[in-house]
Design a protein around this ligand. Structure first.
Ligand SMILES: Cc1cc2nc3c(=O)[nH]c(=O)nc-3n(C[C@H](O)[C@H](O)[C@H](O)COP(=O)(O)O)c2cc1C
Length: 333
């Protein structure tokens, strides 16, 4: 029995992992393939200093691609053992991944099938509520990945969170460095291999009921008219017990688990990170929504898309050759 997946299996898994969401579609990761292990590195040259000054979004993005890789390998019959931050003297070396054979479960296959279907949907969602039992299921999935998912269903929490999101958006709008960074990364042609394409940015709306969405420029995406229907999306805060890099990586893994499972359930999703990119509004969420427990890492907007909305195009990704290289073996056999 083979001890390691062959190169074509790993290359296919890394291609699927590249479909992970990342801040402004910056894809801030690098994969290295050794003889019996795969290694994830942060590509800090892709840090967005004005949007993400302390690199939280970058690490969350890397956690998402790590979880996508694990899901892709599991569906091919390879369970993974992950050592996170394996080398304290090399903080960009985020994970060493070793594989062992295991029969894939139906859930492994369903999650992997959700990878190419998932999209960040910034449009208005429908008035159908998300049933509480589905929120409970998503909460359990986040817990399995070492994070806590807190739905802001209490009206006071929701009010505070929505207000903090708006406040963060206003503060970022006033920051010229943020505006020029956003203009560089967003509203691109769909031929670009990174950044947020104009085709995935709503042409008009930047508010959905109480929720202010990030105002990306040059959007051309249209959506079904709302009429008098409210938008019943839930806002869920993903938090971790500590604020260390490893917790942020795990938050990204948990975010990926939640987004892929939600996609498999046909829910629409959108990460919302502005509120945590401004220290004061992050602190507000930590003290007022989380009651001081833990550290908020990302907010997720989850709901049902109106059936009339056309499907969203997939956003582009860099070529595999740009993100995958060979590397001498570093994993104990
Ligand atoms: C850490 C993180 C933060 C993000 N923040 C936002 C956000 O505030 N608003 C938004 O519309 N999308 C946000 N996104 C979604 C990315 O823009 C999206 O993943 C990227 O453009 C790729 O598109 P896709 O998710 O459809 O594949 C975020 C994604 C990540 C991983």
């Amino acid at each position: 029995m083979s001890k390691v997946p062959d190169e074509s299996t790993v290359r296919a898994a890394v291609s699927l992992a590249a479909r992970a969401p990342s801040i402004h579609n910056s894809q801030p990761w690098q994969w290295r393939l050794a003889d019996s292990s795969v290694h994830l590195f942060a590509d800090t040259s892709r840090l967005l200093p004005a949007t993400d000054p302390d690199g939280r979004d970058l690490l969350i993005s890397c956690g998402a691609t790590l979880h996508h890789l694990r899901v892709a390998l599991a569906a091919e019959g390879w369970a993974t053992t992950v050592t996170r931050l394996p080398n304290p003297s090399q903080p960009d070396h985020l994970a060493a991944i070793c594989c062992h054979q295991q029969t894939p479960s139906a859930e492994d296959i369903a999650l992997a099938s959700a990878i190419p279907q998932r999209r960040t949907d910034r449009r208005r969602f429908s008035s159908w509520p998300v049933p509480p039992n589905l929120l409970d299921d998503l909460t359990k999935l986040a817990a399995e990945q070492g994070a806590v998912l807190i739905p802001a269903t209490d009206p006071n929490d929701r009010f505070t969170l929505a207000l903090a999101i708006t406040e963060a958006s206003l503060r970022q709008q006033d920051n010229p460095d943020y505006a020029s960074e956003l203009a560089t990364w967003a509203g691109r042609s769909s031929l670009a291999v990174e950044g947020v394409p104009a085709s995935n940015i709503p042409a008009h709306e930047t508010h959905h009921d109480d929720t202010t969405m990030r105002a990306f420029p040059h959007g051309v995406l249209t959506q079904a008219p709302a009429g008098d229907q409210n938008d019943a999306a839930e806002l869920l805060v993903l938090a971790t017990a500590t604020d260390e890099p490893v917790s942020r990586l795990r938050a990204g893994e948990a975010m990926s688990a939640v987004l892929l499972s939600a996609t498999a359930l046909r829910l629409a999703t959108c990460p919302v990170s502005q509120v945590l990119e401004i220290e004061a509004t992050r602190e507000l969420v930590r003290t007022r929504v989380l009651d001081g427990f833990g550290f908020p890492q990302i907010v997720l907007r989850i709901g049902w898309a109106p059936t009339e909305n056309p499907p969203l195009p997939a956003t582009p990704r860099r070529a595999l050759a740009e993100v995958l290289e060979h590397f001498p073996d570093a994993c104990p056999s």
